[in-house]
Design a protein around this ligand. Structure first.
Ligand code: GLN
Length: 505
């Protein structure tokens, strides 16, 4: 009998089954999201629906809000009836059905598609996040934050490929092919999870079976449970500031890239860009191939079916991305397309996640509120870089030629901030929530994004107004201060939070 390695990078190999499942789900989510507004506002002659930008962005806002609202229902259903694993399978197939429905592009099938993705995500997202935490116990507790960070790398590997591939195919080939592609990969992701489930044993089974399976009785005193729930709400509350500024950033930074940034490839910045660019898809793809190979090796033949599908799908997508991006850049030698900046966040995240994962495990692991605080301040610093770069733009100017390095620096700082907040947040929910409310509390956590998207939709993008009345820099300075102040306040709350967390580090 050959002894198979049961860990990869010091984490249970089952983490990587979740990694790839989440990767394909996020591939479909972000891929479709990248198309949604473009499709709605594109002229009917070009296959779109010819909506106004205002209508399209308000539907987009409603959609992204609802996607993060339903997890509270999905989490509850899993805790009470389904178990986290069945919820993930069910959610995955409902999301896939949603994308297939979008593919048909008729009015009823389009709205049905959106509704199915919203419902499916509610079942899928909180519960897959919960299973990650269930892989860690007192024997490997120290690896938990790092494990969530690697899982989050899967989130962004999916976002990276989804945005580049579905976005590209939707815009350049046909909208429904872009939507359909999101569906195909979601089906593959759900299938590989379904077939690989044996690896989880009783983890994530329906509530009754899990209780029978000699789970330690949860004897945490009621007041400790109540305190820890308070800590969860405080984390979720402060994260609203993070996603609010982060999402506003997304919108305004795209405008900044298109209108105010010098994107011509000359001089030093041009050289750096060409080099980074010719590496752009190869690095994430190489990391993923290596992980897939490790997963394949360590799970052995019983999980072969699921993993084989993955390898095939992956080879296909990798080839396509490299071929298409290569062609795009061969054609646009002299200027970086403005849309290119949209994938920088997920690109940096895939590159930095392994380092952060190691850092939390081995080198620097301050308490939760400190990590969150640092993350919020980093987000503010990203905007400070933009404020500094934009300082020379006269108020009301329609165009400018600011170096794109400021934009890259901003994305880098934002991504580092995100790594201190978002995966760390998931990890703290899993540590603080009582087992019987695990799914529900992940639902509460994702509410932060629903609220942030709601506020973002209400305040709109003020970039035009503020940059004409005051200046572009003023706009970015506002977003420097909002997260930075929130971060400092949270750090000041550290002693209070430490008390409420009762020993959870
Ligand atoms: N990028 C993260 C994800 O899709 C963000 C989630 C969130 O809470 N907004 O998982």
């Amino acid at each position: 009998q050959i002894q198979l390695p049961k860990t990869i990078l010091g984490h249970p190999n089952s983490l990587f089954v979740l990694f790839f499942t989440e990767m394909w789900e996020r591939f479909s989510y972000y891929g479709m999201r990248a198309l949604l507004v473009l499709f709605l506002i594109s002229e009917t002659a070009k296959g779109g629906w010819g909506w106004s930008r205002a209508d399209a962005t308000s539907l987009y806002g409603l959609y992204t809000m609802l996607v993060y609202f339903t997890p509270i229902l999905g989490g509850y259903l899993a805790d009470r009836y389904l178990g986290t694993r069945r919820a993930v399978v069910l959610g995955g197939f409902i999301i896939a059905a949603g994308h297939v429905s979008l593919f048909f592009e008729t009015v009823p099938s389009f709205y049905l598609g959106l509704a199915l993705v919203i419902a499916g995500t509610g079942l899928f997202k909180p519960n897959i996040s919960a299973i990650v935490g269930q892989l860690y116990n007192k024997d490997n507790e120290g690896a938990r934050d790092g494990g969530y960070t690697l899982f989050y790398m899967g989130v962004n590997a999916g976002a990276f490929f989804g945005i580049s591939l579905c976005g590209y195919i939707g815009e350049k080939v046909s909208w429904n092919l872009g939507f359909g592609l999101a569906g195909v990969f979601m089906i593959l992701g759900a299938l590989q999870f379904f077939f690989s489930q044996g690896i989880f044993g009783d983890i994530g089974a329906a509530p009754k079976r899990e209780q029978q399976a000699a789970q330690p009785v949860d004897d945490t005193p009621a007041h400790v449970v109540a305190d820890r729930l308070k800590a969860i709400f405080v984390f979720a509350f402060f994260t609203i500031f993070f996603w609010f500024a982060f999402e506003q950033a997304g919108g305004s930074m795209t405008i900044f890239a298109a209108d105010y940034t010098d994107r011509t490839l000359v001089g030093t910045s041009g050289l750096i860009f060409k080099v980074v660019n010719s590496l752009m898809t190869v690095i994430p793809a190489a990391i993923l191939t290596w992980l897939l190979w490790q997963l394949h090796r360590s799970t052995g033949s019983s999980q072969l079916t699921g993993n084989l599908l993955l390898v095939l799908a992956f080879a296909l997508i990798w080839g396509l991305v490299i071929w298409m991006l290569g062609r795009e850049f061969a054609m646009a030698q002299s200027e970086v397309p403005a849309t290119w900046f949209g994938v920088l966040n997920s690109f940096f995240l895939v590159i930095l996640a392994p380092m952060f994962s190691k850092m939390w495990e081995k080198h620097w692991n301050p308490s939760g509120p400190v990590k969150f605080g640092v993350g919020l301040v980093l987000l503010g610093l990203g905007f400070a870089a933009l404020a500094y770069g934009a300082a020379g733009i006269p108020s009301g100017a329609k165009t400018a030629q600011i170096s794109m390095l400021f934009l890259c620096l901003a994305y880098l700082l934002h991504t580092m901030g995100e790594l201190c907040v978002s995966p760390v947040g998931l990890s703290y929910i899993s540590k603080l929530a009582p087992a019987r409310l695990l799914g529900l509390m992940f639902g509460v956590w994702f509410l932060n994004s629903a609220v942030a998207n709601f506020i973002g939709g209400k305040t709109g993008s003020y970039i035009d107004y503020i940059s004409t009345t005051y200046s572009m820099s003023t706009f970015f300075l506002i977003f420097t201060f909002i997260p930075a102040v929130a971060g400092v306040v949270l750090m000041l709350l550290t002693p209070w939070m430490t008390k409420k967390m009762h020993g959870v580090h």
